[in-house]
Design a protein around this ligand. Structure first.
Ligand code: ADP
Length: 269
């Protein structure tokens, strides 16, 4: 018997409850739940080095949660902080497809389970009504041109009061958007199922098309800091290798990785 908790009802994180309603074939069948960790990605990395794959690490809080470029990610109690260890047999230059698949999967889970329209700010933020509700941090280990394994950290502000965060982060949470707390167990179950499904077809147009469709960055004026320096321009499109295509000073420039700030739309323009 599987059990799926009511998505709109708070529940404490409980490993047995999550496992009892988990519909995945392999992802998260091995699940570890911690009260507090430095970061779930750190725990995942040490397990990956010992050969673990498919395992999911969950924690109630992280004392040193990370975003990209070692920026800190606040991880108070009430959120979903989890990491997965994946081992796709793909060349290194397709690794961005993992990020794409997980972004799409997390959006599908939140949108379908909670009826909240969720978008993606390039390259890895989850957005509801223009505010950041979560993020994905992928760290890879490569052996030459071959991807050995990927650690994917996923943070979702679920039952959190976002007013505790600085306003300039433009953060939100699921409970704030819905006006009620949610069942993290139900969302974890659904998210893992959607990740498993998306991961298995991550090279397909289906995932790329939905990644573009859910993008809140296409069409925006942005400022991007990358190894090409700082660029300001309008985002024309996203390429299937994860790159952003930016129209700047009349030229179309491809940027594969960088920091992206959405600039305010100007009235009359
Ligand atoms: P970016 O969103 O610019 O890509 P990162 O993915 O590196 O940034 O995430 C780190 C940044 O996100 C922090 O510098 C902070 O501004 C913001 N942040 C940290 N914790 C949270 C959180 N729980 N919810 C929303 N934003 C957060």
């Amino acid at each position: 018997m599987t059990s799926s908790p009511d998505p709109l009802r708070f529940d404490p994180l409980d490993r047995d409850l999550i496992l009892s309603g988990l519909e995945t074939r392999w992802l998260g069948r091995n699940l570890r739940l911690y009260n507090q960790v430095s970061s779930t990605n750190d725990i995942a990395r040490s397990l990956a080095q010992r050969g673990e794959r498919g395992i999911v690490i969950l924690a109630e809080t992280q004392s040193k949660g990370r975003g990209r470029l070692s920026r800190s990610w606040e991880s108070p109690r009430g959120g979903i902080w989890m990491s997965l260890i994946l081992q796709p047999y793909i060349p290194l230059d397709l690794a961005c497809r993992i990020n794409m698949a997980v972004c799409v999967a997390a959006c599908r889970a939140i949108s379908c389970l909670l009826d909240l329209d969720t978008g993606i700010k390039w390259p890895n933020d989850l957005i509801i009504k223009g505010r950041k509700v979560g993020g994905i941090l992928m760290e890879i280990c490569a052996d030459g041109q071959r991807l050995d394994y990927a650690i994917v950290g996923l943070g979702i502000n679920s039952n959190i009061d976002p007013s505790a965060f600085p306003e300039d982060w433009m953060a939100t949470s699921l409970s704030h958007e819905l006006g009620s707390e949610i069942s993290r167990s139900a969302l974890i179950q659904r998210t893992l199922l959607e990740i498993e499904r998306a991961y298995e077809v991550m090279g397909s147009d289906e995932i790329y098309d939905e990644w573009r469709r859910r993008s809140v960055t296409i069409g925006r004026m942005v400022r991007i800091a990358s190894n090409k320096g700082e660029l300001v321009g309008e985002v024309e499109d996203l390429a299937d290798d994860g790159a952003i295509l930016l129209r700047t000073s009349g030229k179309l420039v491809r940027v594969l990785a960088g920091d992206c700030v959405h600039l305010r739309r100007m009235v009359g323009l």
